[in-house]
Design a protein around this ligand. Structure first.
Ligand SMILES: Cc1cc2nc3c(=O)[nH]c(=O)nc-3n(C[C@H](O)[C@H](O)[C@H](O)COP(=O)(O)OP(=O)(O)OC[C@H]3O[C@@H](n4cnc5c(N)ncnc54)[C@H](O)[C@@H]3O)c2cc1C
Length: 497
């Protein structure tokens, strides 16, 4: 009898509860990765993220083989073929147990439910573990036993609960006596992605669990203690750059937290850098938990239902200017070029470009949400949806609709010498530190080739605030858990406008 570990966005050996549990049985382990064509076609997944996964799987198959664990890779056309494909694997290899780590969006839950049912029907013991978050969904509850809607009390409760946990990451899985079958070769892995657009960003984002751990250690040693100030400066590499590794699970959040606490001798508040970074990890968990508690977000819905009435503009041409970084607002354009080139964008800039799209251009935040997923190497449904709904003031505990960032003053504050703008907009490099934030205000105007702002920031801000005000207040019960969901989920195409 063999045990199966079904790997998804948990591509690592260490601190992998599903893999660990399979290996503990000591009866031989097959790890399997399933690539579903329909899945990657329907959900926006960046070619950079797909390629990152491919490169990572190539390393993982070798690492697993060193522990005498075989990696199998399967390719299916449709989501409903995943369960039968795994059932065949189970039959072919006499598998008695199947372990996987939970993924929380609705489509993934449905997929896992189908697999669970079919494998159980084949007599397989199926176990779901939790690795995506430090505290599994459903555990962080208020006095009334309800999920939190506001981050600060959620964080307080989360910290209380986490401080009681051992937080000891699991090691690598126990070495097995023998490999049950040959492992997938590098070519087998490459073939999984045949016909898909891939984008190799290995120069920016090398693959591998070891790379992720080294980045974490370097961040802790060099940048963590100044994180609370450095994290807002896009020209400074003051954040960890770990999001792509957390997104595909090359690193677990528990490993990240445990390494920080080892460094501080167990002090969660060792300095402002430490507590601020831990807070960001908790934001990550907050959004993962929201997906479970309010699954309407998996259906292209706003958390604050009354904001669904906002009259978003159908403006594909303006959307194209935003996407291509040709808005005429330098910090926005520099940010979009960073995204389009590196597959990643600094957090402050994500907030700025998201607010600019939704509040100044009044374009539906879901257009931006989708575009981010098409580009980001760290694309993660929960964090991305949470970030967009925060910026568009449609989410729970979102930015209040009347507090709209002015991208020019933000640029002056967080990129005072225009270093970041100069890096991404060489056409503006010759401007003074003062002029670079708003070249259209210089008497001579912007340099040739650089556009004037596509929108009046002040007038659009006023108009958006008035439109939001006209929507009225959210009803008392909102946002609430939705019952009787329609069957449409995020796998159904979103029809813009
Ligand atoms: C509109 C918008 C879209 C976003 N889309 C994504 C996304 O698809 N994937 C993604 O991982 N993050 C997303 N974020 C959150 C955040 O911008 C990135 O996690 C962060 O910039 C990653 O850089 P880092 O690893 O250097 O972060 P650090 O500052 O070093 O933070 C450490 C980790 O904490 C988590 N984290 C940090 N900030 C946030 C946050 N605000 N919300 C949730 N988790 C956070 C990330 O996992 C990050 O790697 C989005 C934010 C916004 C405003």
């Amino acid at each position: 009898m063999t045990a199966l570990a079904w790997l998804r966005n948990d591509l690592r050996l260490h601190d992998n509860p599903a893999l660990h549990a399979a290996a503990e049985l000591q009866q031989g382990v097959i790890a399997v990765y399933v690539h579903c064509e329909a899945y990657v076609t329907r959900f926006p997944i960046a070619p950079a993220r797909l390629d990152f996964t491919r490169r990572h799987l190539r390393l993982l198959t070798e690492e697993l083989a060193r522990h005498s664990i075989s990696l199998q890779v399967l390719r299916v056309a449709q989501a409903h073929e995943i369960a039968p494909a795994l059932a065949k694997l189970v039959q072919d290899h006499g598998i008695s147990h199947c372990f996987f780590n939970a993924e929380y969006p609705l489509d993934e839950l449905n997929r896992d439910q189908q697999v669970n049912q079919l494998l159980r029907a084949h007599g397989v013991t199926v176990k779901r573990c939790h690795d995506r978050v430090i505290i599994p969904p459903g555990k962080v509850r208020n006095e009334a036993g309800m999920p939190y809607k506001v981050f600060t009390p959620y964080k307080r409760k989360w910290l209380q609960l986490a401080s009681l946990l051992p937080l000891r990451p699991l090691g690598a899985p126990t070495r097995q006596a023998a490999q049950p079958c040959p492992s997938a070769s590098a070519q087998d892995i490459d073939r999984l992605f045949d016909g898909r657009e891939l984008r190799d960003l290995s120069a920016h984002w090398p693959a591998g669990e070891a790379v992720a751990r080294t980045r974490l250690q370097r961040f802790i040693a060099q940048d963590l203690s100044n994180y609370q100030t450095q994290r807002d400066l896009p020209a400074v590499a003051g954040t960890s750059g770990l999001s792509p590794y957390l997104a595909i699970g090359a690193l677990s959040p528990r490993q990240a937290l445990a390494d920080v606490l080892t460094h501080t001798g167990g002090d969660w508040d060792a300095n402002a850098g430490v507590s601020t970074w831990i807070s960001e990890l908790i934001w990550r968990e907050f959004y993962q938990h929201l997906v479970v508690d309010y699954p309407q977000v998996c259906m292209h819905r706003a958390m604050q239902v009354h904001t669904e009435a906002f009259p978003w503009r159908h403006a594909p041409e303006d959307f194209a200017l935003w996407r291509e970084g040709r808005t005429g607002i330098p910090i926005i354009d520099a940010a979009m070029r960073q995204l389009n080139t590196t597959g990643w964008m600094h957090n402050r800039l994500r907030m700025l470009v998201a607010m600019f799209l939704s509040k100044n251009l009044q374009i539906d935040w879901r257009w931006g949400e989708r575009y981010f997923m098409e580009q980001l190497i760290d694309g993660d449904f929960a964090a991305n949806n949470g970030g967009w709904q925060w910026s568009a003031s449609t989410g729970t505990d979102a930015a209040p609709y009347f507090r709209i960032f002015n991208p020019i003053t933000q640029s002056q504050r967080f990129d005072p010498q225009g270093q970041f703008i100069r890096e991404w907009l060489p056409e503006l490099a010759g401007l003074s530190d003062k002029a670079i934030h708003a070249p259209h205000l210089v008497p001579s105007g912007p340099p040739p080739g650089y556009p004037a702002p596509m929108v009046d920031l002040g007038a659009s801000r006023k108009a958006t605030i008035a439109l939001f005000a006209s929507l009225g207040q959210p009803p008392e019960s909102e946002p609430g858990m939705t019952e009787n969901f329609p069957t449409e989920t995020r796998s159904a195409p979103f029809r813009p406008g």
